[in-house]
Design a protein around this ligand. Sequence first.
Ligand SMILES: *[C@@H]1O[C@H](CO)[C@@H](O)[C@H](O)[C@H]1NC(C)=O
Ligand SMILES: *[C@@H]1O[C@H](CO)[C@@H](O)[C@H](O)[C@H]1NC(C)=O
Ligand SMILES: *[C@@H]1O[C@H](CO)[C@@H](O)[C@H](O)[C@H]1NC(C)=O
Ligand SMILES: *[C@@H]1O[C@H](CO)[C@@H](O)[C@H](O)[C@H]1NC(C)=O
Ligand SMILES: *[C@@H]1O[C@H](CO)[C@@H](O)[C@H](O)[C@H]1NC(C)=O
Ligand SMILES: *[C@@H]1O[C@H](CO)[C@@H](O)[C@H](O)[C@H]1NC(C)=O
Length: 452
Amino acid sequence: MTKGSSQVRRLYRSPVIVCVVRKSAMTPSSAVHFLLFSSLIFFSVSSSASQQSSRPKALLLPVFKDASTLQYFTTTHQRTPLQPIILVLDLGGPFLWLRCDQNYVSSTYQLVSCGSIRCWRSKGNDCKTCFSARWPGSNNSTVTHSATGGEVARDVVVVQSTNGFNPGRSVSVPNFVFSCMPTSVLEGLASGVVGMAGLGSGRIALPSQFSSTFTFGRKFAICLSSSNGVVFFGESPYVFLPNVDASRLLSFTPLVVNPVSMASDSTQGEPSAEYFIGVESINIDDKVVHLNKTLLSIDSQGAGGTKISTLYPNTVLEDSIYKAVTEAFISASATRNITRVASVEPFDLCFDSRKILGTRVGPNVPTINLVLERNVTWSIFGANSMVEVKQEVYCLGFVNGGNNPRTSIVIGGHQLENILVQFDLATSQLGFSSSLLSRQTTCASFNTTFGN
Ligand SMILES: *[C@@H]1O[C@H](CO)[C@@H](O)[C@H](O)[C@H]1NC(C)=O
Ligand SMILES: *[C@@H]1O[C@H](CO)[C@@H](O)[C@H](O)[C@H]1NC(C)=O
Ligand SMILES: *[C@@H]1O[C@H](CO)[C@@H](O)[C@H](O)[C@H]1NC(C)=O
Ligand SMILES: *[C@@H]1O[C@H](CO)[C@@H](O)[C@H](O)[C@H]1NC(C)=O
Ligand SMILES: *[C@@H]1O[C@H](CO)[C@@H](O)[C@H](O)[C@H]1NC(C)=O
Ligand SMILES: *[C@@H]1O[C@H](CO)[C@@H](O)[C@H](O)[C@H]1NC(C)=O
């Protein structure tokens, strides 16, 4: 293994690509803690689940970051009778998948006997379309447990609605499509977590199923933090205490379609469900970093480019980009008289935090600017660039992805925290706010008191 690749920590890989899942990615205690935390909010209203007199304009999922594994997870309610389930949040995941072979008891569970999950992914929520499609097993109710698929199933999912200010009544999606993965794929999943929630751009990912059920816009926004965050589905406002509507703070850049999915179960030419954006250049404290521009675009094989992922705790850069960015960061830091100290795994570039002043947007270190398509700039300030690895030591939270990674730049979780990032699938736009810390709020500041 090269040094670069050993530094890259990706917590889970989508089960459709690979069968090896990292062991004990979340301790049972943190999962249980999260469930208790979210139950306080959610059980109080789940009795109103069946009321659907008026359609919600937006939905809400709580997010929690596990401090020891740096993983983001969410909880929702499913089945009849309703059961809380904990899922890993996978921004680019194509659908929701679960282990169904253990403790799955539900009177509303339906096995979908037409079509494989890959047909449903690309064709959407219509049995007839997939019935006629030529998939192995598509005409056969005993759809095989292939290494790539799993069974397509439907069941009731209940989520909380929101007016953008507070959590509101719970609403149900009666025929939510998901995949039951075979146990072999789920091997090693920590106890407490039962699957993954895919927020990707596909037809059966959560955003599309929610928007088609409630006929609100095909858009959603994530707001992650080192503790509690939220995902909003549907219409804004997205308000954080004291009274900051983060949906008004967005800059927009096009979402870039990667024509080739990485998932091994996808058909040739199927676009990726993951979210890519066009980074055109990078500058640090307004000095341009010289990069090989070829790496910044996506080639015909789907390699290169920049994606956003919640499965990586930190940003991962292709080797030559990594070297150019860290060199520029070192020289900009020297100008600011910041003292380097020994590296701390998995990071190379660490600094004595005693020499660094604090600002509202974190440690006062060089600003890393990603210049995106349409000439908008994503500025990464200290709170998002630096990781406090121990007392008196901050490290640049970027890691070397080695020489030949599939994607040149992967913007990871730490760089997304306390920023509202909106994905508008209807207009194919990504909206991002600057750090909410500059507005004196955080992604953990959603008012969790029940409203209407
Ligand atoms: C699918 O099943 C139906 C009913 O069992 C049968 O009539 C049809 O010929 C089958 N189609 C294929 C392609 O196997
Ligand atoms: C359905 O698929 C299973 C597993 O591949 C196979 O054993 C069975 O014979 C098939 N049934 C029909 C009716 O084609
Ligand atoms: C730039 O990157 C591309 C793709 O990896 C590579 O083929 C090319 O040789 C690189 N160019 C330079 C000048 O390093
Ligand atoms: C950095 O240190 C040098 C020498 O001690 C000093 O002249 C310079 O003003 C300092 N720069 C900053 C930005 O503090
Ligand atoms: C992009 O924006 C920057 C700052 O807003 C401006 O200085 C620059 O001229 C713009 N470049 C283009 C190509 O529009
Ligand atoms: C949170 O929302 C509740 C319900 O709308 C409201 O009564 C309360 O004042 C809000 N809390 C704050 C700190 O604004």
